[in-house]
Design a binder for this molecule. Structure first.
Ligand SMILES: [Cu+2]
Length: 129
């Protein structure tokens, strides 16, 4: 059972290159339909996480990530929204439909943010070591 065919090796390599990291033991051709096909940026060490902006809300409203994680917000509303940190440390431009904004969290802490256009839209990113 130790023999691995070249074809299997290619499939595994392709899956790894695509970042298919769900840990399935059987390589399949099923694409992750929910994940936006954003560019896989370089840089080692960090992981990635995603927040969707939909129906005037951040989803999930609270996420926990490790230091070094890049979080990407994607606006799925037709209405423009922003991702603006309450401290004023960073903000996106107004994101049109399908636009994205990302922020890499280099320090631990709890970072609250909101939408400048709709102040009732709030979210939190909790960053741990
Ligand atoms: Cu908004």
């Amino acid at each position: 059972m130790s023999r691995i065919s070249p074809v299997t090796g290619l499939i595994v390599a392709a899956a790894l290159a695509l970042g298919a990291c769900s840990g399935g033991s059987t390589p399949t051709a099923a694409p992750p339909s929910a994940a936006p096909a954003s560019a896989a940026g370089g840089g080692g060490g960090g992981t990635a996480s995603a927040v969707t902006i939909q129906n005037f809300a951040f989803n999930p409203p609270t996420i926990s990530v490790k230091v070094g994680t890049k979080v990407t917000w994607t606006n799925q509303d037709s209405t423009g929204h922003t991702v603006t940190f309450d401290t004023g440390s960073d903000t996106s431009d107004t994101l049109a439909n399908a636009a994205t904004y990302d922020h890499t969290f280099a320090t631990a802490g709890s970072f609250t943010y909101h939408c400048k256009i709709h102040p009732t839209m709030k979210g939190t990113v909790t960053v741990t070591q």
